[in-house]
Ligand binder design. Sequence first.
Ligand code: COA
Length: 169
Amino acid sequence: MRIRPTLERDIQWLPEVERSAAQAFAAWPALAWLAQGDVMDRERHRAFVDAGGSWVAEDLEGHILGFACARLEDQALHLHEVSVRREAQGQGVGRMLLQQVVDAARQMGARELTLTTFAEVPWNAPFYARFGFEVVDEESLNARLRGILARELAHGLTGRCAMRLYVGP
Ligand SMILES: CC(C)(COP(=O)(O)OP(=O)(O)OC[C@H]1O[C@@H](n2cnc3c(N)ncnc32)[C@H](O)[C@@H]1OP(=O)(O)O)[C@@H](O)C(=O)NCCC(=O)NCCS
């Protein structure tokens, strides 16, 4: 398995990878609807690829197991999505993708890596916390993160929190 930048030819597979990843939520009653939810379309993926903010994990046969995409926003690299195929979850692929995004954030000169996620879902906030991220409490939210959480809430995503990892010098 290796992590590499996403290429144009990979984009066709990424919506299906995200749909497969979302099956993890099927066993979580309050969020089971996410298993059938919308996924990022090819155009959105292409924008991340064109900006150098998309990576895939592929197995030895070249099958895509997962992807991560992120964008520089102010002085932060913001992780928009990380998804690992349902059958490949729990084997360290997500952690390797996340490490790639951390390395990219440092190379880009970002001060921090940020994301929003479900606070109570075991493979979301607790996973990021073990990685070193901290929850940004309500009073410390900047306008950017506050805006992302508000838009997510408007789309029915409750129980979300923002997290950050300092990556600067
Ligand atoms: C989140 C996700 C990308 C993690 O990828 P992964 O390849 O399964 O993760 P890893 O195997 O590297 O495991 C990362 C950690 O999560 C834990 N984990 C993974 N799946 C889990 C599950 N179903 N239940 C509990 N913990 C889980 C692992 O034990 C591991 O713990 P560690 O920190 O002690 O190492 C993947 O589970 C996924 O695609 N989920 C659905 C989409 C999603 O939730 N994306 C994140 C949006 S913020």
